[in-house]
Design a protein around this ligand. Structure first.
Ligand code: 13P
Ligand code: SF4
Length: 391
């Protein structure tokens, strides 16, 4: 069993090992003011041709997303990465856990590149492998481990995915959490419990609103408290043990803003991501992954009004693409994902030009044992029946 608590993200390579300010790019990072950045990115892409495949998550900046060969939510991008075995370089415009998953799902000769190594995810950081293994041991001591199936959200480190692979569990995304939980609850008979990592909100929203469990059947495991802060009786009664993690972006949306907007905007539809808090989802009309949000807006009638609770780059893009619909952001304040925004045009140009000149930079490489175990859990997800990423 691994007990070393390694940091999830390779932050701080360079001058300051404790801070992402220390991340350096070898060579020159072009200044953001360089008027030739778009032309430089185009030229480097052209030079690399079919050797290159650029993936872009929907939360990326417009300046970056214009260079993506495909865009998608984390489920679609995982499938897209796996479907391009001929590409030598996969440049991942997204965050670290997505690039790790792409590395796991691609061949040994394919190189996955994250243009800025500081593009991590605060939610993924909330579940460290040593904490999860401690929790697993505590579940054994409480006498319940043999009926627990671990399910991890894609937004977690490769080490956590590998833990799930080793222990009969599965990965899920916001597109398929319902199907994955259904699968998990079938694995150990009628007493099955699920340990859901690391996003308590996706776990709770799916278990309660999609699968019909009650809030009383959900407990929260706090990794900073002995035994997760739970008594053996609470664990024995629970059906779903939610890791105490959350998204710092989606966790901000508040139920009172929905009330305020509904009072101001007639016939308002509220559409949110399942990483939002349960109270927010309860007050919303529709909940779903980023692909679901996009599809819903594409299909909405002209003149309809929508308040959307997800990352701001995507909401702004939807607003620009659908001027015939009244689209607004659900938060009172600006709410970008700061780590998704780390990937900007200068970093993309820097990565592409280096690759075009034969320098492999910022490669994300998962070690072989972790990769093999994580692949088991990822493959179980890809093999789940049913829904596509847009349903
Ligand atoms: P999806 O891409 O699964 O919708 O997840 C949203 C997210 O927070 C990605 O970091
Ligand atoms: Fe992580 Fe939330 Fe940013 Fe997604 S939006 S990368 S879950 S912090």
């Amino acid at each position: 069993m691994t007990t070393v608590d390694l940091p999830l993200l390779p932050l701080g390579r360079g001058s300051d090992p404790l801070s992402e300010r220390g991340v350096e790019c070898p060579g020159d990072l072009p200044p953001a003011s360089d008027p030739d950045l778009v032309a430089r990115a185009r030229a480097a892409k052209e030079k690399l041709g079919e050797r290159l495949f650029v993936l872009g998550h929907h939360y990326q900046r417009d300046e970056v997303i214009q260079f993506a060969d495909v865009t998608g939510d984390s489920f679609k991008l995982a499938r897209d990465a796996a479907a391009r075995p001929d590409a030598e370089f996969i440049v991942f415009c997204g965050v670290h856990f997505m690039a790790e998953s792409a590395d796991i799902l691609t061949g040994p000769d394919q190189k996955v590149v994250l243009p800025d190594l500081a593009a991590g995810c605060s939610m993924a950081d909330m579940a460290r492998i040593a904490q999860v293994e401690r929790a697993w041991d505590a579940l054994a001591e409480a006498g319940v481990q043999d009926v627990v199936v671990p399910v991890t959200y894609m937004n977690s480190s490769a080490a956590i995915k590998a833990f799930c692979g080793r222990n009969g569990g599965v990965v899920c995304t916001s597109s398929n959490a319902e199907v994955a939980l259904d699968w998990a609850f079938e694995q150990k008979g009628e007493d099955t419990k699920v340990l859901f990592l690391p996003d308590q909100h996706l776990g709770r929203n799916t278990a309660v609103l999609k699968l019909g469990y009650s809030l009383d059947e959900c407990v929260v495991w706090n990794p900073h408290k002995p035994n997760g802060g739970l008594t053996p009786e609470e664990l024995a009664q629970a059906r779903i043990i939610l890791w105490k993690g959350h998204c710092s972006v989606h966790g901000r949306f508040a139920a009172d803003v929905i009330d305020e907007l509904r009072a101001k905007v007639p016939d308002l539809n509220v559409l949110v991501h399942p990483e939002c808090q349960h109270e927010v989802v309860l007050k919303s009309d529709l909940v779903g992954s980023t692909e679901f949000i996009i599809k819903t807006i594409e299909e909405a009638p002209a003149g309809s009004s929508w308040a959307i609770g997800t990352e701001l780059n995507l909401v702004q893009r939807l607003k620009n693409a659908h001027p015939d619909k009244n689209i607004m952001f659900l938060d009172r304040n600006v709410c970008y994902c700061s780590t998704m925004n780390r990937i900007d045009l200068p970093h993309l140009v820097w990565a592409l030009e280096n690759l075009a000149e034969g320098n492999l930079v910022n490669q994300i490489e998962v070690d072989p044992q972790t990769e093999a175990d994580a692949l088991v859990a990822l493959q179980r997800m890809l093999d789940l029946p049913g829904k596509t990423h847009r349903d």
